[in-house]
Design a protein. Structure first.
Length: 92
């Protein structure tokens, strides 16, 4: 019982220390669709090559698969745009 409580306290300490996700300021445009002040992982629902425009203050990582997993196909710094293939993006 004591070991379980200590394990739970350890997990809670890690969660409390994790940085909070914050939204980017600005717009991310993907294939003409605008995401204002985006945050976290966004599943795009597309499979073809499309234009990405990062007009936010955060880095945007484009992933080939949904769920922001697998290989990244592009990393866009703030103010960068280009044509890439990706089914999801991670903000920040």
């Amino acid at each position: 019982m004591r070991r379980g409580i200590l394990a739970l306290l350890g997990v809670l300490a890690v969660i409390a220390a994790a940085p909070a996700a914050t939204a980017a300021t600005g717009d991310l445009t993907v294939g003409g669709v605008v995401y204002s002040d985006p945050s976290g992982c966004i599943n795009l629902g597309i499979e073809e090559t499309t234009e990405f425009v990062n007009d936010t203050n955060s880095t945007v990582t484009v992933y080939r698969t949904a769920g922001c997993t697998g290989a990244a196909t592009a990393i866009l710094a703030p103010g960068v745009s280009g044509t890439y293939t990706g089914q999801s993006v991670q903000i920040g």
